[in-house]
Design a protein around this ligand. Structure first.
Ligand SMILES: *Cc1c(COP(=O)(O)O)cnc(C)c1O
Length: 429
């Protein structure tokens, strides 16, 4: 009765073709990365079949003897990496971690201050996203378009007027540190908690770069674990707050927004945390260096990279206004035809524009760094990109050049062991 084996095998074929596409492409999406071989291996274990509701040693189901020890170890590694007294590795994504904090630290209809979407804020910080679930009254910080940062004095006014219970920082276009140490007195004055969404920059923070939110005044950090932190698609909450607040956050995770958490990805996260303790600083430094190099080179070759005034970026990300090169959609699609994968993005000039037709693109340097790109490789990439976009070479020739450049970078670095992340693993016989 193998009536649908053909369909199943078609899915496998698509997976293989997808692997080959990425093996031959330069990945520049700022929210993606590749895992290490040891982390990948964890995804295929029996952990992925089991339930472990609640916290270690207080479970509802049997069979968690090794799960509890694994979860304790992952928690310990998380505390060590982020130099934090509290760590919860259970959320299954960044948005799930955000919802846990919202569930734990806010009541319906309360007031919150948060970054604006047009200033790079994430959909989970929007009324029509996760914050909307609680019907929260959202007050946005003003954004300085020239420096691509939150306007500190404006934010102070927003907070003093709104008197929120919670202030959220952190964006999806996150070029420069959030001004939390600058606003510390203001948080104290209104008596609010501070929540830092580090989804994009968690790997840079783990590598002791960018900023140190817990020391600068944040109570909790949420994060995705697959952006600059190069682990599985998963989430986490890091805390440096009083016991009562932390208990509320953990109750927000379970039973608030989760029943079971995903144990195979949690194990993969633990492996990634260990690897970041050993290799994270070198990786984070190189990532930022490569982002800066890409920005400088693209700018020198005629692309309007934003925030030139502050040196383009201090993170893994850069954004550019590409209206002169045909607009965000055109540029992203043209580059995709040449095996360069990035996304179109709204930029401040877009104000009320639809997100399908934005003026900008966003570029992340973390994944190319992870597979070994250095400064000269980043320069070469910028040159190829601009030749393609200015039609100095055909798309066909461009694609050839991209494939040839990428062929030297198919091994994951900054981790234990060696692997080509695109090699197909066959279990089905
Ligand atoms: C990516 C992102 C998230 C959500 O992450 P998922 O893991 O995709 O759910 C949350 N906040 C910010 C700022 C992000 O960029």
């Amino acid at each position: 009765m193998n009536n649908h084996l053909k369909d199943a095998m078609e899915i496998r074929t698509l997976a293989r073709e997808h692997n080959r596409l990425f093996e031959e492409s330069v990945p520049l999406i700022a929210s993606e990365n590749v895992m290490s071989p040891l982390a990948m291996e964890m995804l295929l274990t029996d952990f992925g079949h089991r339930y472990a509701e609640g916290l270690p040693h207080e479970r509802y189901y049997q069979g968690n003897f090794f799960v509890d020890q694994m979860e304790d170890k992952v928690t310990e590694l998380g505390k060590k990496l982020f130099n934090a007294p509290q760590f919860d590795p259970r959320p299954v994504s960044g948005t799930n971690a955000n919802m846990a904090v919202i569930f734990g630290l806010t009541k319906p209809l309360e007031r919150i201050c948060a970054p604006d979407l047009s200033g790079g804020g994430h959909i989970s910080a929007a009324k029509f996203g996760a914050l909307g679930f609680r019907g929260l009254d959202i007050n946005n910080y003003p954004y300085d378009e020239e420096t691509m940062t939150i306007d500190v004095e404006g934010a102070r006014k927003t907070i003093l007027e709104a008197k929120p219970n919670l202030c959220l920082f952190g964006q999806s276009v996150f070029l420069f540190p959030a001004p939390i140490k600058e606003l510390r007195d203001t948080f104290q004055e209104v008596g609010c908690k501070v929540w830092y969404d580090g989804a994009h920059v968690a790997g840079l923070i783990a590598g002791k770069k960018f900023q140190d939110p817990l020391r600068e005044g944040a109570d909790v950090i949420t994060g995705s674990t697959h952006k600059t932190l190069p682990g599985p698609q998963h989430g986490m909450v890091v805390g440096n707050t009083d016991e009562k607040t932390w208990r509320r956050v953990q109750k927000g995770v379970f039973p608030g927004v989760l029943s079971n958490h995903h144990l195979n990805t949690m194990a993969a996260l633990g492996v990634t945390l260990a690897e970041m303790l050993d290799f994270g600083e070198a990786y984070a430094q190189k990532t930022i260096e490569n982002a800066k190099t890409l920005a400088e080179e693209l700018y020198a070759l005629g692309m309007d990279v934003l925030a030139e005034k502050n040196g383009f970026t201090e993170s893994h990300t850069l954004v550019a206004d590409v209206r002169k090169l045909g607009g965000g959609k055109e540029v992203a699609e043209k580059l995709e035809r040449c095996n360069i994968i990035l996304n179109k993005n709204l930029i401040p000039v877009d104000h009320n524009k639809k997100s399908q037709e934005p003026s900008g693109i966003r570029i992340g340097a973390q994944e190319i760094t992870r597979v070994g790109f250095g400064k000269n490789d980043a320069k070469e990439l910028a040159e190829i990109m601009m030749k393609i976009l200015k039609n100095d070479i055909s798309e066909e020739k461009g694609k050839e050049k991209v494939k040839s450049l990428k062929s030297g970078f198919n091994e994951v670095k900054y981790c234990y062991g060696k692997s080509n992340p695109y090699e197909y693993i066959e279990i089905f016989k």
